[in-house]
Design a protein around this ligand. Structure first.
Ligand SMILES: [Zn+2]
Length: 78
């Protein structure tokens, strides 16, 4: 039996794993993370434009504690 849960970020059903998000959202998160790591001063709007990931999607990661919001930019939450 596989356990399913609803992804906190996109609302999709996925097979339960250790993460709080589905594979798709994890890819989105890792993509953002890799940019923020290299360019920590990138503002959220530019991040959104560069990646095609919507601002609200980025902010949902902030709300869940994956990133910390600074003045217009985000930081990886360690
Ligand atoms: Zn998801």
């Amino acid at each position: 039996m596989v356990n399913y849960r609803i992804c906190d970020f996109c609302g999709n059903l996925y097979a339960k794993r250790t993460n709080q998000m589905c594979e798709n959202c994890e890819k989105v998160y890792l993509k953002l993370r890799s940019i923020v790591e290299v360019y920590p001063d990138t503002i959220v709007l530019d991040l959104s434009n560069q990646t095609g990931i919507s601002v609200s999607r980025i902010l949902s990661f902030v709300r869940s504690g994956y990133f910390i919001m600074k003045e217009g930019t985000i930081e990886i939450h360690k």
